[in-house]
Write a protein that binds this ligand. Structure first.
Ligand code: ADP
Ligand code: MG
Length: 280
């Protein structure tokens, strides 16, 4: 539908992140809004370029109601002679009017179990789809789960995703926060072992997000804290007790505990969780 970037009018900034800015843009011909994610490549040369390409490759391949749709990818290096150390890559994506789950939590503070159950189901469906294509997301967190005006949640941001044993292995760059990372990713020597199932890391992250939605704050450390890396790492890898709202239903509690099983071998899989009473 969109043949040229110049057909898009920038309206406002929707978000900033690692190496990129996301704009709300207007497409006159179809009178509709899109989100435009622009990754600048001129800062750090090769590594960023690789990851941007990887993100583009993944986005072009995925097509699911549970994943934010990417309509087009533009690489400025293909159109002018910037060479390898310049230019940018732009993704034209479906516009998610409700913003991210972060924005939703900022407004509503916490969500009901009913809402979290619907949200959890959608994230699980999204993960089933991705994992079925051998894609590990690796950055499931509130700012990467977007909401549209129908209240539907979709997975976004494949900036650090990768394809397991695939062709698209790129360089990993700092995901910004490790707060949602699983024990086996934080400390592979202790929690990993042989043949770590990378998909299990996405399940862990989803569990953290769901508990955060019910509590209204990041669950692995006390409320209102902004911890340093060491505190966070200890909490993820060693904390025995899980902070759980008293009135949480047994179904919710069990679901989250199955996600936040430190040992990835014992953790529930996406397919198991899709049958869990909390989301079915
Ligand atoms: P980064 O890799 O920089 O984290 P994201 O793709 O996660 O980039 O986008 C950053 C932020 O921009 C998101 O947290 C969200 O607030 C906003 N955003 C991204 N994509 C969209 C979209 N399609 N619709 C609405 N807002 C979006
Ligand atoms: Mg993001």
């Amino acid at each position: 539908i969109i043949k040229d970037l110049s057909h898009l009018e920038k309206r406002e900034v929707l978000g900033h992140g690692n190496g990129g800015t996301v704009y709300k843009v207007y497409h006159k011909k179809t009178s509709s809004f899109y989100a435009l994610k622009v990754l600048r490549l001129n800062e750090n040369g090769f590594g960023i370029r690789q990851t941007a390409k990887l993100e583009a490759d993944i986005l072009k391949r995925v097509d699911s109601p549970y994943i934010v749709k990417c309509h087009a990818v533009f690489d400025s290096c293909n159109s002018n002679n910037d060479g390898d150390n310049g230019g940018d890559i732009s993704f034209v994506m479906e516009y998610m009017e409700g913003g991210s789950l972060n924005d939703v939590l900022r407004i509503h503070h916490r969500l009901s179990e009913k809402v979290i159950s619907v949200l959890g189901r959608r994230v699980l469906e999204g993960l089933r789809y991705l994992h079925g294509m051998n894609i590990v997301h690796r950055d499931i967190k509130p700012s990467n789960l977007l909401v549209n005006d129908k209240g539907e949640v979709k997975i976004a941001d494949f900036g650090v995703s990768h394809v397991v044993e695939g062709r698209f292995e790129g360089n990993e760059y700092d995901a910004g926060t490790c707060a949602y990372m699983s024990p086996e990713r934080i400390d592979p020597e202790r929690w990993g072992g042989e043949n770590v199932d990378e998909f299990a890391g996405d399940v862990w992250s989803m569990g953290v997000v769901m508990l955060e939605c019910l509590l209204g704050y990041f669950p692995l450390i006390g409320a209102g804290q902004r911890p340093d890396w060491a505190t966070l790492m200890c909490a993820i890898c060693f904390a025995e007790k899980l902070e759980m709202p008293e009135k949480a239903s047994p179904e919710f509690q069990n679901f989250v505990r199955r996600c936040l099983e430190k040992n990835w071998r014992k953790r529930a899989t996406v397919l198991e969780l899709l049958h869990h009473p909390f989301v079915s």
